[in-house]
Design a binder for this molecule. Structure first.
Ligand SMILES: *[C@@H]1O[C@H](CO)[C@@H](O)[C@H](O)[C@H]1NC(C)=O
Length: 228
């Protein structure tokens, strides 16, 4: 039992001086085995990390593409016609009529729009001079346009003598500016899923000439839409 008793001495004291000593090899083997094991675990964890990150990236890209293609666009409103009759008459307010034609376009490819009751109100200098229902709950399919026309008169039109004078005064300068506001609560339908309700307003400023007809500068304009 001579040599075994020497081994620990080499091992602990001067292993460098005996590079070929069995203890050194034993130590190195364990050392390298450890290192190999260690680098294997780092490689495996690096691989798992890489796979995980790639998965995250792929999921992110898919979500982004889905979001791009499913993102609902608000409906687009346009004002095409707006006529105030009797504008040249001094007592025109008694028989006045406002007729308008606007459209609501659903420009989404796959998304439908539900409108709850829709109404149109006409403002003159930020005062409401008339209001009328336009639609009574309506589903507008993708890529379709709904024509919204109405005539306001009598009970739905609220113009008194004084306001009519104001309007007539402005008319004598050549242009009268009104504002048509279309309001509705809307929901988006994405395949079988319905979004929550949003209160939507479309604001169409309209300039009318002295003949009571919409001016070309206001015709077919897109009306800004906002939600409240
Ligand atoms: C309203 O305007 C649209 C678009 O210009 C037109 O297609 C439609 O015929 C008009 N409707 C009425 C009743 O004037």
């Amino acid at each position: 039992m001579n040599s075994p008793s020497h081994l620990p001495v080499h091992h602990t004291d001067t292993p460098e001086q005996h590079p070929t000593a069995p203890t050194k090899r034993h130590h190195s083997a364990r050392y390298y085995a450890h290192r190999v094991k260690e680098s294997l675990t780092t490689r495996v964890s690096k691989l798992i990390c890489a796979i995980f990150l790639s998965l995250l990236l792929i999921i992110g890209i898919i979500t982004f593409i889905l979001w791009l293609s499913l993102r609902p666009h608000r409906p687009r409103f346009f004002i095409h016609d707006f006529t105030v009759t009797g504008l040249s008459l001094e007592n025109g307010f008694e028989s006045a009529q406002i007729v308008f034609n606007a459209t609501a376009r659903n420009s989404n490819l796959n998304i439908g729009i539900y409108y709850d009751a829709m109404s149109g109100s006409v403002y003159y200098k930020e005062q409401k001079i008339g209001s009328t229902p336009l639609l009574d709950s309506y589903y507008e399919g993708p890529k379709t346009t709904k024509v919204l026309t109405a005539a306001l008169s009598g009970a739905t039109l609220n113009i008194d003598r004084q306001r009519w004078m104001e309007i007539s005064n402005e008319r004598s300068k050549g242009v009268v500016v009104f504002r048509l506001e279309i309001t509705s609560t809307i929901r988006f339908r994405i395949s079988a899923w319905d979004s929550k309700r949003h209160v939507m307003h479309a604001n169409c400023p309209v300039s009318v000439g002295s003949d009571g007809m919409i001016l070309p500068s206001s015709k077919d304009l897109r009306c800004p839409v906002y939600f409240t």
